[in-house]
Design a protein around this ligand. Structure first.
Ligand code: NAP
Ligand code: ZN
Length: 351
């Protein structure tokens, strides 16, 4: 065991503050990583503030962070795919049982014993796992991803959660050229959704509550922007979408978007608001529409997504901050004031 510097919250109402945490010594199968950048996901904020207490209560202290890019510093004797110096990524998963049906089908995110990067039981050290707001992490080789060399590491970090969470459902629901695709909410997830939908060749429409984001949405790859509070603009799209990705982090009216789906259209929720969202049966009945959910992606698909990003030079648009500004970043995220992901420069933790 060794000590690592980190930032943690002591309770649901505490700010994040410096703390020293234990990390295990690398076992035969482990990779020890010096963290270079860690993205700030809205899930970090939900967890730190215990907003998902009814489903996944938070254990404190909580060290969030699951959009990790770092450099390998040490590998165990049985590790074959990585060597010191490699630039690698770690997302929301650090372990699973490797044997259940979901794991066998490359859906480790649905393994009943999945270990998430933070706030999951830590089978090595006891207590809970600690995430990427830290200088270092030790992870089983099978949950470590290769980051293409041409990608800027600060902008690549958010691919490990925001990237795969938007890539996976679009692949699953067949977003390709000729399809009309909506992305609701232009935050960290939403802006990656726009980039992927555009790269897959779809006609992309962004729905935003922030009129000031309109120009940026077009620059990011959208063909059209709808201000979702404008009933007339919403009305002009009724019954026309093949697929809509809803990334909104707070309560909102999903039915307004279900009504925009064409026959057999699908709306996938990736946003995870604190409270249940009411859904009208009628919106689904007329047009055989469906509403579904999606959770990050498996390890193989995450690598596929990173390789796709390497080939197409796709990274997140990031505002790089020192860790000392993390609490301010959380407040700005709540005000939808992020263009479009904060990425923490972990060098700021040293010294
Ligand atoms: P984010 O950067 O804060 O973006 C959320 C966006 O939603 C905002 O930028 C805003 O976009 C819109 N929004 C916020 N409050 C709203 C409201 N009251 N009404 C309507 N729109 C609102 O968050 P994120 O990191 O992208 O995460 C989004 C959600 O996905 C969170 O709930 C997070 O926990 C969840 N998540 C899920 C997964 C998964 O695997 N399913 C993975 C990661 C994150 P506009 O300003 O454009 O309206
Ligand atoms: Zn996340």
């Amino acid at each position: 065991m060794y000590n690592a510097k980190a930032y943690s919250a002591a309770s649901a109402t505490s700010p994040l503050t410096p703390r020293t945490i234990p990390r295990r010594d690398a076992t035969d199968r482990d990779v020890q990583i010096e963290i270079l950048y860690c993205g700030i996901c809205h899930s970090d904020l939900h967890t730190v503030r215990d907003e998902w207490s009814s489903v996944m209560p938070t254990t404190y202290p909580c060290v969030p962070g699951h959009e990790i890019v770092g450099r390998v510093v040490k590998v165990g004797s049985a590790v074959s795919t990585f060597k010191p110096g490699d630039v690698v990524g770690v997302g929301c998963l650090v372990d699973s049982d490797h044997s259940c049906r979901n794991c066998r089908d490359d859906f480790e995110q649905f393994c009943p014993s999945a270990t998430f990067t933070y706030n999951s039981p830590d089978t090595h050290l006891g207590g809970v796992t600690y995430g990427g707001y830290s200088e270092s992490i030790v992870v089983d080789e099978s949950f470590v991803l290769r980051v293409p060399a041409n990608l800027d590491p600060a902008g690549a970090a958010p691919l490990l959660c925001a990237g795969i969470t938007t890539y996976s459902p679009m692949r699953h629901w067949g977003v390709t050229s000729g399809k009309k695709v909506g992305v609701v909410g232009l935050g960290g997830l939403g802006h990656m959704g726009v980039k992927f939908a555009r790269a897959f060749g779809a006609h992309v429409v962004v729905f935003t509550t922030s009129p000031s984001k309109g120009e940026n949405a077009l620059r990011l790859g959208a063909h059209e922007v709808v201000i979702s509070t404008n009933a007339e603009e919403m009305g002009s799209h009724v019954g026309s979408f093949d697929f809509i990705l809803d990334t909104v982090s707070a309560e909102h009216d999903v039915n307004a978007y279900v009504n925009l789906l064409a026959r057999d259209g699908n709306l996938t929720l990736v946003g995870a608001p604190e409270r249940p969202l009411p859904i009208s049966a009628f919106g689904l009945l007329f047009g055989r529409r469906s509403v579904s959910g999606s959770l990050i992606g498996g390890i193989a698909e995450t690598q596929e997504m990173l390789d796709f990003c390497g080939q197409h030079a796709i990274t997140a648009d990031v505002e790089v901050i020192p860790i000392q500004r993390v609490n301010e970043a959380y407040e700005r995220m709540l005000k939808s004031d992020v263009k479009y992901r904060f990425s923490i420069d972990m060098a700021s933790l040293k010294g």
